[in-house]
Every structure is written in C-alpha cells, then in structure tokens.
Design a protein around this ligand. Structure first.
Ligand code: ISL
Length: 606
C-alpha cells in the first residue's frame, strides 16, 4: 500500500496527510521520556572509589560504561546532598551541597558531564516533604517559638487537658512511617513537631509561601547545573490538613494500625492543596527553562484517579508517579513484615488496571524494585534454580507494559535478597525500629528475622557486585553493609561476558523499546486474567502487534493460543525478545509449551 492510498483526513491539516506521516509527527511530538529507560543509582552501595566502604560519586562516574552498555537514558540518583544519614540521605541538611561521604559538587558536575557524553541524563532526588533536623531552617525554627522560621515546620502544643511529654499528649495519635509517634516533643519550647518519617526528618510546612519559594529556587539552581529532572520523594504528602489557612479539618486522630498508633493517611495523603502546589512548582521551576524535564512523583497510597489527575499533561503537574498498590499485594495481616504468597492474577489485574486507567490520559512509571523494596527475583521469582530465567521473565513482563520502566541497580544482574540471618547485619532504620518494637508487639525473634529477610529495605541496599575480586570490586575497604552472598558468580563482569545473562536480557529490552514504537505506544490488552501461571498480553498499534507470553512458574506450561483468545491473525513466527536462547514457538495446531519461567515476545503485522 502506498502512502497516498493510506491517506486519512486530519482535521486542520491541508492537504490531508498520510497515516504514516501522522504517526511520524506524533512520534516527533512525543515527550522524550516516553521512550526512555531510567536506572536508579543508590550511591552508598554503587561503587566506592576511596576505600572508605561507602559508595561515592567518582565511583559512579567510573562505572558509567556499564550503564551505557545497558543502554539506559537516565540515571535517577538517590540523594547525595549533605546529610547526617539518619535515613541514608533522605534527611537533608543542605540542598545545594554534596555530602563529603559522596564527594564534592565538582565531582557531581563531572558526573553530569560524563553522563551527558554518553547521552545519559541525571535526575536528582527531590526530598522536600521534610528536611533533616540538622538543616539550618529547622535549627532556626526550633530555637524559639518566636523564630521567624517557626512556621516553616509543623509545631503544635500538647493535646488539650494533657501535659506535654506524657503518653497520649501527642497532638494526634498518628504513627510515623518508621514506627512510633509522628510527633516529637521539643523540650526547649514544650511543643511537638510533626515528622511523618524519623524524628530526624521534620515535615516542612508547604502552606508557608517562603518555604515554597526557597524550594523552587533550589530546584532552579539544580536545573542550571544541567540535570534532566527530579524524582520527588513522597510528594503527595506535602499538603496536610492541620488546620492551616483555608484548609478544613485539623488534628484528627486516625484509625488504629497494627502497631497501635493511628493511621493519619486521610489527613496528609493527597491533601487539598496538592494540585495547586504542583502546578505552582511547574510554573515556577520547569516553565522557567527551555526543554522538557522528567518529573516522577513518589506517591504512597495514590489512587488511580489521583494519579490520572497528577499526570494529565493538561494539569502541568508531574509526568508520572510511582504507585504502590502492587507492592502491597503480598503484605499479610501484620503489614509488610508479615508477608503472604503472591496470587499472580492479583498482580496481573493490578497492573492491567493501571494500564487501562492511564491509557488515554497520563502515563505509567513501571517498577519492581527500588531502594525501599526487596529484590524482585527473590520476591516473586525464583532465586534458586531458576534465578536467571525468572529474573528475565519478570523483566520482560514489566518492560512490555506501557510506561517508563525503572531499573534499580543490581536488578539487571538478577541480584537476590541480602540473605541476612542475624539482626546485627541490618542497617536500615525502618528495620531496626521495627525490631526494637517487636517485643512490645509480641513478635518472636524467628518470625521477626523471617519478616526482615523477606521485606527489609536492606535487601536492596547491599553493594553492587562488579567482579570476583575481594568485596566484588565494590570497595577496597570494609563495605558499610554486608555483601549479598554469591557475588563470586553473580557480578557485572561475569554478566557482561555472558550473552545469556540477565544483564544482556535487560540490554535487549532497552534496545527493543528504543527501536520499536509498539513497545512505547501499543494499546495494552491482558489475556487469560485468571490464569495462575501464565502472564499473557498484547500491545497493538495500527500496524503491528506484540504478543507477550510468560510462564511465571517453575513448571512447564502448555496451552493453546485459542484458549487465551489468540486464534487467528498473522502467525507468531518472529521473536522480538525471549528469555531462552531457543525460544519456544507454537506448533502447527497453535499449541505452545513454555519451559519453567520462560517468556517470549512475538511480533507480527496487523
Ligand atoms: O519503604 C517504605 C515502606 O517500607 C515506604 O513506606 C517508604 O518509606 C515510603 O515509600 C517513602 O519513601 C521515601 O521517603 C522516605 C525514605 O526513607 C525512602 O527511602 C524514600 O524512598 C523518607 O524520605
């Protein structure tokens, strides 16, 4: 068929353009981050250049060729700002300087330049729901009730009729994300300050325009250094119902949680001024610069409806958000440290719901792992016999959904969980606080260790294994946290040398996304939703279709294409990417048998 025969009338265009031309111009109008793959670096554990056992910025720069070979477009850099490191850098004491443990601003400029030379942009982590209690703003704010910055944070007196400091005197019953109350009494003034995370992470008061002005100025300062955007930490918590001007409701207690504290979510998740704050930020920061930036909001508890509004381009708020619904599917009655087995249809249905929900408006961020989650191959794959195949297959299903995929360091190597067996090995404050609470909650040590081994954030925070030399080439010193066992064989050098490795599979997935517009644009349709081993779906554009079939089990899996709604159409003969060197294909009767944890992506014309 010629272009002319394919002509369609496009309103407002004269003369009518061809379908192919229209696709071309739509592709040109597509934001660059639609075709991008983002790689998250957790600096402390990536690569150590100076032998102090802590990863640093020169270490990252020295490993850029690994990322260039993988083909990723963007690095999301977890915090490298000055910090007392109560929460590994998510407690910031100076937003415009680099922590000495990680290097200097000059090192960071060098990283930005070296990454740019490889066509890789740097996205900074924006942590502005809270600062460190050692930030000068908070020092000033806490110095006296009359401080000019008092109102930059949330200070409240003890509950009426109580005495400050006594149990139950906290302004509300809200529990922090990291165990205990979300309020901390400050003896100097006898008032409490709000900290949704650790007590060293006081929440900023976004109602105060001076606070917002400082944050926007800081963001512009970073954009001027040549970064590609921001990942915004817990950004949907910045508008709070705390009796601020014009905000209804205040200081309401929340429903009890498993640990006895109250759940304050309704008072501070997606608060009344969220849209206004994000739109103002967009206008004050991103509109002030030419070019387009990647913005991704981390949004615990976000609903699909809220996400659609946050990511609707017409609202000019953020490009995409990290949703958490799928991360909760294996939480048991006691919460995340009391995990239960995953029921695969729930996971498929959840991601499909988000695909459908953001198909017309908005955009998805796709992830299995980050620095807060256990390793996906251990969580929902098989980190024993089928480690390689299951890591590849989990990668395939995720990357073939519509949205921007995020790869967390080490995920591309199929790294398993940390394998810690004693409490002394843990470093993360969330895990340590939980352990400290275990007695009070009546949790026995064996149960505690099982919960942590499955779900601790430290599972993702062990050093990246680079080669088979001591400490896997991560450091010449003592690593700040134990290595994940098995690095002698599971390491980047070995993976790069093996075309059948998880690394090369990720590389092929990235390459496919860059080469094939169906991966970016294709409409998503889930097949066989109730199947408990098979994850199958199609991605379809006007001229091509991808058929994804994945066996999410350690058993061989046979089925007829017709059974999953795939009768007819062009034959499935072209394999776009597959987990095994020799991909299984349907036989003459349309029956396909997949090996344990095998996945195949077929491509055909429509
Ligand atoms: O990790 C979690 C649960 O185990 C989440 O509740 C997590 O705390 C939440 O998603 C917010 O995460 C972000 O902000 C925190 C920081 O500790 C996390 O590392 C960060 O990703 C506070 O800044």
């Amino acid at each position: 068929m010629t272009d002319t025969a394919d002509a369609v009338a496009v309103p407002g265009s004269e003369p009518p353009v061809t379908r192919r031309e229209r696709r071309r111009s739509e592709a040109a109008a597509r934001p660059w981050w639609h075709t991008a793959v983002v790689y998250q670096v957790y600096p402390r554990s990536f690569s150590d250049s100076d032998g102090d056992g802590i990863g640093d910025i020169p270490g990252i720069t020295s490993r850029l060729d690994h990322l260039a070979e993988l083909g990723v477009d963007v690095i999301w850099l977890s915090p490298v700002y000055r910090s007392p490191h109560d929460d590994n850098g998510y407690d910031i004491s100076d937003y415009t300087d680099v922590d000495p443990a990680f290097g200097t601003l000059a090192d960071l400029d060098h990283l930005i330049a070296e990454a740019a030379a490889r066509d890789i942009g740097i996205v900074m982590d924006l942590v502005v729901n809270h600062t460190s209690d050692e930030h000068e703003w908070f020092r000033d704010s806490r110095s006296s009730a009359d401080s000019a910055k008092r109102d930059w944070y949330w200070w409240r007196p003890a509950r009426p009729g109580t005495t400050a400091g006594e149990p139950g005197a906290e302004p509300t019953n809200w529990g922090s994300f990291f165990s205990g109350s979300a309020w901390q009494l400050d003896e100097a003034t006898g008032e409490y300050y709000l900290h949704l995370f650790s007590r060293k992470q006081p929440d900023l008061n976004w109602e105060n325009p001076e606070v917002r002005g400082e944050i926007y100025a800081m963001m512009r300062w970073w954009l001027r250094r040549g970064i590609a955007g921001f990942r915004m930490d817990v950004i949907n918590l910045i508008s709070k119902r705390l009796g601020a001007d014009g905000v209804p409701g205040s200081l309401a207690d929340g429903a009890p949680r498993a640990d006895g504290w109250g759940n304050g979510f309704p008072q501070y998740v997606d608060g009344p001024r969220m849209d206004a704050f994000l739109a103002e930020m967009h206008q004050q920061v991103f509109d002030a610069f030419p070019g387009t930036y990647l913005t991704v909001g981390e949004t615990p508890g976000v609903t699909l409806e809220q996400a659609r509004s946050y990511t609707d381009p017409a609202n000019r708020e953020v490009d995409m958000v990290f949703q958490f619904e799928h991360m909760g599917l294996d939480s048991g009655v006691g919460g995340k440290f009391d995990p239960k087995p995953l029921h695969l249809p729930d996971l498929k249905a959840n991601l499909a719901r988000w695909q459908d929900g953001l198909a017309e408006t908005g955009w998805n961020a796709l992830y299995w792992d980050n620095h807060d989650q256990p390793r996906i191959v251990s969580r929902w794959g098989d980190d024993g016999e089928h480690r390689v195949a299951s890591a590849k297959t989990l990668a395939t299903v995720l990357h073939l959904h519509r949205g921007t995929p995020y790869v967390y360091q080490g995920e591309e190597l199929g790294m398993p969980n940390a394998g810690f067996t004693s409490l002394a090995q843990y470093r993360d404050l969330e895990s340590l606080n939980y352990a400290a609470d275990a007695d009070r909650l009546g949790i026995e040590e064996a149960t505690l260790l099982r919960g942590l081994a499955a779900q601790s954030r430290d599972n993702a925070r062990t050093p990246v294994p680079w080669d088979a030399s001591p400490n896997a080439g991560f450091t010449t010193g003592e690593p700040w946290i134990d290595m994940t066992p098995g690095w002698e064989t599971v390491n980047a050098q070995a993976a790069r040398a093996d075309q059948g490795s998880v690394f090369h599979h990720y590389r092929r997935l990235v390459e496919l996304r860059h080469a094939d517009p169906v991966v970016v644009d294709g409409a998503f349709e889930l097949l066989a939703p109730d199947h408990e081993q098979l994850w199958a779906f199609t991605r379809t554009t006007a001229d091509a279709q991808l058929v994804v079939v994945a066996n999410l089990s350690g058993e061989e899996l046979g089925f007829a294409m017709a059974e999953i709604g795939l009768d007819g159409g062009a034959p499935l003969s072209e394999v776009a990417v597959a987990s095994h060197a020799e991909a299984s294909r349907p036989d003459g009767e349309g029956r396909l048998v997949l090996r344990p944890w095998e996945s195949v992506v077929f491509r055909r014309a429509v």
